[in-house]
Design a protein around this ligand. Structure first.
Ligand code: ZN
Ligand code: ZN
Length: 258
């Protein structure tokens, strides 16, 4: 069985721990090495337990811990070729990079099979991941997407649980303090996923059998945990599934297990 924990989440940094009884990997490592190690420690783990890191994309909130982490312990960092250019500017991270030419690459780590798929975002590339355990259990991670694609839905529909982006409430973005260009970027098809688009995606996935969801990458200025949770609960109750699905909101500053 796969257990998912977000280590921290949001524009200040993202990292997700995926573990089974015999194997553990990280999806992304933002913030800094100290924050990653502290969060792992709270979950009873250390860097020595991490067998690989899979990077979604090169924005700093997803990779900023990696260089110092790799100086402490060399761990394979799987990254797509377009996103590797930024990562490889740092020597220690570059030495550990395993660069994949395909955005849909698959990699084996212990009892896990990790498969990437592309997501629409204004980075050199961005991927989500589906992680399948040899016992058949399946989990997904998909954040930093301007809109929910059919491919994203198709890849995630087999998953029992997932970490999904619920970035913003569009009304808060429009009426908020950000400059116009930044507002347009967040709301664009290369930006981030709104609560309502996230709810639509989740409704489809739960109709396919998804049981547990961690809402992640919430904007500090343009969302609240209550707004994100409400949007998803309303969607799930409209199809009679709100009491059958576990929905949690990732904590910004510390680990939370789904
Ligand atoms: Zn990003
Ligand atoms: Zn991000």
């Amino acid at each position: 069985m796969i257990e998912i924990s977000t280590l921290f989440s949001g524009s200040s940094g993202n990292s997700t721990l995926i573990r089974t009884e015999s194997c553990a990997i990280l999806i992304d490592a933002g913030r800094n090495c100290k924050a990653v190690c502290e969060a792992l420690h709270k979950l009873g783990m250390t860097l020595d337990d991490i067998r690989a890191v899979f990077v979604t994309h090169e924005h700093s909130d997803h990779i900023s811990a990696l260089d110092v982490m790799m100086r402490k312990r060399a761990i394979p960092i799987h990254v797509t070729e377009p996103s590797s250019r930024e990562l490889c500017k740092k020597a220690s991270a570059a030495q550990c990079a395993v660069i994949h030419k395909e955005l849909c690459f698959t990699e084996r780590v212990g009892d896990l099979t990790v498969t990437a798929f592309p997501l629409p975002h204004d980075s050199a590339a961005n991927v989500g991941y589906v992680i399948t355990c040899d016992d058949g259990d399946c989990a997904g991670v998909a954040t930093d997407m301007g809109y929910p694609t059919q491919l994203c839905f198709e890849r995630l529909r087999c998953c029992r649980q997932a970490v999904l982006e619920a970035n913003h409430d569009p009304g808060m973005v429009k009426n908020g303090p950000y400059p116009r260009a930044l507002k347009e970027r967040i709301l664009s098809r290369g930006g981030h996923l709104s609560n309502s688009d996230c709810a639509q995606l989740i409704m489809g996935l739960c109709e396919c059998g998804m049981e547990k969801i961690m809402l992640a990458h919430l904007s500090l200025d343009n969302n609240t945990p209550d707004k994100a949770r409400e949007a998803v609960s309303e969607g799930l109750s409209s199809i009679g599934l709100d009491d059958k699905v576990t929905v949690k909101v990732a904590w910004r500053d510390g680990p939370r297990t789904l």
